[in-house]
Design a protein around this ligand. Structure first.
Ligand SMILES: NC(=O)c1ccc[n+]([C@@H]2O[C@H](COP(=O)([O-])OP(=O)(O)OC[C@H]3O[C@@H](n4cnc5c(N)ncnc54)[C@H](OP(=O)(O)O)[C@@H]3O)[C@@H](O)[C@H]2O)c1
Length: 294
């Protein structure tokens, strides 16, 4: 086992976040599991995580963090930093899928998609970065998506929010490297979590209805064909492995996908890294880029 790490994970009620919290705690790490609304919608998940920690003697505690709420993030991180001597990694996992045709969404609804998937990570990272900088090390691990590269119909907002998260991750990667703080992205393919049933649909039923038959067929095909991927443990194990890597050794991007998709997107990663280098050289700013592992 690697040396015990202290890790904050957001969005641990279900899915990848829940499994990663359990996996890391069972591997002997100290896990701070963030959930929103611990006394309401997530009361059961909170009780289950607390019971698991007690039953198995795990170092796992629950804190309340709603990543869309500045005050909640500030409160949760403040509590965490006053009760722990160190923080080695933060996994920005909380996310939702605003699914449906773009024209049915208002700008206000679209902002909610970016608020949770993109700005949520910005809020959490802004809260922890001063501590990590002072500490001289730490990892910011964002849960992106293959949708950050591939934009199918009816997934435009989600894909845009994950592409934006990838850009933030890369900027942090360069900006924070001088302070010993790493920023990296994991990009999973489609896996069967609660993300589908938690999806937010647009309120404009009239415009949504115009796409009814196509959307239903699309969801049917996605559900049928996306049934292929393996277990969600592939993602939680990859996240736990990233946490355990020695500081300075984490790749900028980690793909978790079936072989064919993995190879295709991996090739795009390499091209993107090369393009970044060339553009930065031509702009005379390559000296500001941290050399990215991939
Ligand atoms: N499943 C996939 O195919 C897939 C693929 C690529 C990337 N991802 C990404 O993986 C991450 C985890 O998703 P999942 O697939 O595991 O889905 P999930 O089971 O729906 O889990 C999403 C988690 O995010 C939490 N969350 C939502 N809004 C939040 C907020 N405002 N504050 C704090 N927590 C919040 C949810 O908590 P509540 O129960 O309170 O809503 C839940 O714990 C997401 O970022 C998602 O975009 C998923």
């Amino acid at each position: 086992m690697s040396e015990p790490r202290t890790v904050l994970i957001t969005g641990t009620s279900t899915g990848f976040g829940r499994l990663t919290a359990e996996t890391l705690a069972r591997r002997g790490h100290h896990v701070i599991a963030g959930l929103r609304d611990v006394k309401g919608r997530n009361r059961t998940a909170t009780a289950e995580l607390t019971a698991l920690a007690g039953n198995e003697g795990l170092s796992l505690e629950v804190i309340e963090i709603d990543v869309t709420d500045d005050a909640s993030v500030t409160r949760g991180v403040h509590h965490l930093l006053t009760t722990t001597a160190r923080l080695d990694a933060v996994i920005n996992n909380a996310g939702r899928n605003f699914a449906g045709p773009l024209e049915a969404y208002t700008a206000a609804e679209a902002m909610q998609q970016f608020d949770v998937n993109t700005l949520g990570a910005l809020r959490v990272n802004n809260a922890v970065i001063p501590f990590l900088r002072e500490q001289g090390h730490g990892a910011l691990i964002q849960v992106g998506s293959l949708s950050g590269w591939v934009t199918p119909p009816f997934n435009g907002l989600y894909a845009a929010s994950k592409a934006a998260l990838a850009s933030l991750t890369e900027a942090w990667h360069h900006e924070l490297a001088p302070y010993g703080v790493e920023s990296v992205l994991i990009e999973p393919a489609a896996y069967p979590t609660n993300i589908g049933q938690n999806a937010a649909m647009p309120a404009d039923q009239e415009r949504l209805g115009l796409y009814g038959a196509t959307l239903a067929a699309f969801i049917g095909d996605i559900t049928k064909n996306a049934a292929a991927p393996g277990s969600t443990a592939e993602v939680s194990d990859a996240l736990a492995d990233l946490v355990e890597l020695p500081h300075g050794r984490r790749p900028l991007r980690t793909l978790v996908a079936p072989a064919r998709q993995f190879e295709a997107v991996r090739a795009v990663h390499e091209k993107a890294a090369e393009a970044t280098r060339i553009v930065a050289e031509d702009m005379g700013i390559d000296g500001y880029l941290r050399r990215a592992r991939s």
